[in-house]
Design a protein around this ligand. Structure first.
Ligand code: 5AD
Ligand code: SF4
Length: 502
């Protein structure tokens, strides 16, 4: 397979993005190389999402169009993985004659063999549930993939979900909760640190439920797991790792130790993305979320007591069956009282086989749309207010690369995971002191609903430093750029079904 080239389309959450990274490693280990574009690829893999019906329909539309792509060059192969693959399984093969293989979320490591089979004319689907630790047993990532230009990496700590929220398809696409042995996680993070990774994002469908089944059954030592807070403590001590984040936690699994960790661990970042879904206790119960709005506020209060500058973001659903205007107003109220810095909000989308799918009491589409818009407008104002409150403060920005605006503006993330854009001196060509992966100290000088604008603390990096009149021109130019950035959409906003890389 030495001469074959592949391309991967990824939809959905960070877990899917990370699964695609794993497939890249597997394919490269099998001798393939990444194609510069799909038109040059011999193998196209689609990693699918089924969280809402729109995401699922995307696959059918993609597959329809791929008939032509396949016909253009004999021998081309199409594979489908991810949540739709897990759900629909081999029925995808019967429905789409030009599809070669299907792999579920537990079968990434079979991809090279399935490709081999497909090249020999054998079509196959692997979608059963695999409850063994073996599915975590994947080849170490290549340094280029692990580091990329960003020096940030995802690390899987647990997979699957046993919560069965009534709206959610994930328990049937990702299977039962399973936690990875802590020594494996530790080894992976140490390897990443050795490769220059500064920031890790720990991943799991209910990440802070890590180890809970083993701990409850008294078999944590045998399984090599431990409570999530302990795992964080262990990773915090790994030299070289500057920033630790995790996503997505569930409110049910915040205990005193996890709250304390936010106050004590040096590298645990002051941001928590804590999905709340609704502000109405009646709807939360119907959603089977197992907490109340009061408990949610209690957790936020405790987090803020431990770490006063923590930035809280969340996921919200509007138009869940039976949601009244009063319920929705409770959601607006929660977003305000909780002081959410940002949120992703979605219109409820019925998913087959879930508890809520048969509830009836549908909220009319135009009502759900109106609620979504009102919620997003309120969030936009709150996000802007938060960003404005940061103006004048210092921020340490992990640079990712050129901003969307281009020119001499670069973009990165601060400790709180906010997008920060920085205008730099135009003589930095390429901007060496601010190249991707640099931790750049800066001061926030402007705010938009999507991002912060900051100026580097080092005067030699400021726009205008190349000007003989500098530093007289400096303040003027920072201010002008703050105004210009007002209209630039840098963070992806709150659009529905965005590729969610927080
Ligand atoms: N409809 C709408 N939004 C959903 N989410 C999960 N399932 C659904 C659904 N059926 C949202 C939740 C979750 C995020 C990843 O997607 O807000 O936290
Ligand atoms: Fe879905 Fe609920 Fe599990 Fe999150 S906790 S993945 S919303 S079932």
């Amino acid at each position: 397979m030495q001469d074959k080239r592949f391309s991967i389309r990824t939809y959905g959450c960070q877990m899917n993005v990370h699964d695609s990274e794993k497939v890249v490693t597997l394919l490269e280990d099998a001798g393939l190389s990444a194609a510069a574009s799909e038109s040059e690829a011999d193998l196209l893999v689609i990693n699918t999402c089924s969280i809402r019906d729109k995401a699922e329909h995307q696959l059918y539309s993609d597959l329809g169009k791929l008939r032509e792509w396949k016909a253009e060059k004999p021998g081309r192969i199409v594979g489908v993985g991810g949540c739709v693959a897990q759900q629909v399984g081999d029925r995808l093969l019967s429905r789409f004659g030009h599809l070669d293989f299907v792999f579920g979320t537990h079968h990434l490591r079979r991809v090279p063999a399935m490709l081999d089979g497909a090249l020999a004319g054998r079509r196959a689907a692997w979608v059963g549930e695999d409850e063994s630790q073996e599915r975590f047993d994947l080849p170490a990532r290549r340094p280029a993939l692990a580091t990329g230009p960003r020096r940030r990496a995802f690390v899987t700590v647990m997979e699957g979900c046993d919560m069965f929220c009534s709206f959610c398809i994930v328990p049937s696409t990702r299977g039962r909760e399973i936690s990875r042995a802590a020594t494996e996680i530790d080894t992976e993070v140490r390897q990443l640190a050795d490769q220059g990774i500064l920031e890790i994002m720990l991943l799991g469908q209910t990440v802070n439920a890590y180890g809970r089944h083993d701990v409850r059954r008294g078999r944590a030592a045998a399984a090599g797991t431990m409570p999530f807070a302990e795992l964080l403590g262990q990773l915090d001590a790994i030299p070289g790792i500057e920033r630790i984040r995790y996503t997505s936690p569930h409110p049910l699994f915040y205990d005193a130790a996890l709250i304390r960790a936010h106050g004590e661990l040096e590298h645990l970042c002051p941001n928590v993305h804590l999905p709340v879904q609704s502000g109405s206790n009646r709807i939360l119960e119907q959603m089977r979320r197992r907490y109340t709005r009061e408990r949610y506020f209690e957790i936020l209060g405790a987090l803020r007591a431990a770490r006063p500058d923590v930035a809280i973001t969340s996921d919200l659903i509007v138009g869940f069956p039976g949601e009244t205007e009063g319920d929705f107003e409770q959601t607006l109220d929660l977003v305000r009282v909780a002081g959410l810095v940002d949120s992703f909000s979605f219109k409820y989308s019925p998913r087959p086989g879930t508890g809520a799918a048969g509830m009836g009491a549908e909220v009319p589409a135009e009502v759900a749309q109106d609620r979504l818009e009102r919620l997003q407008a309120q969030q936009r104002d709150q996000t802007l207010a938060y960003h404005q409150s940061r103006v004048g403060q210092e921020a340490l920005v992990l640079i990712e690369g050129p901003s969307r605006r281009g020119g001499h503006q670069v973009t990165g993330r601060d400790l709180h995971h906010r997008v920060v854009n920085l205008d730099l001196c135009s003589s930095l060509e390429p901007p060496g002191a601010a190249e991707p992966g640099t931790l750049l100290p800066a001061r926030v000088v402007g705010a938009t609903p999507h991002s912060l604008l900051a100026a580097p603390l080092d005067p030699a990096l400021l726009p205008g430093a190349e000007d003989p009149d500098f530093p007289r021109s400096r303040l003027k130019s920072s201010k002008r750029r703050a105004d210009e950035t007002e209209s630039v959409d840098c963070a992806g906003g709150l659009a529905e079904d965005v590729l969610r890389v927080l």
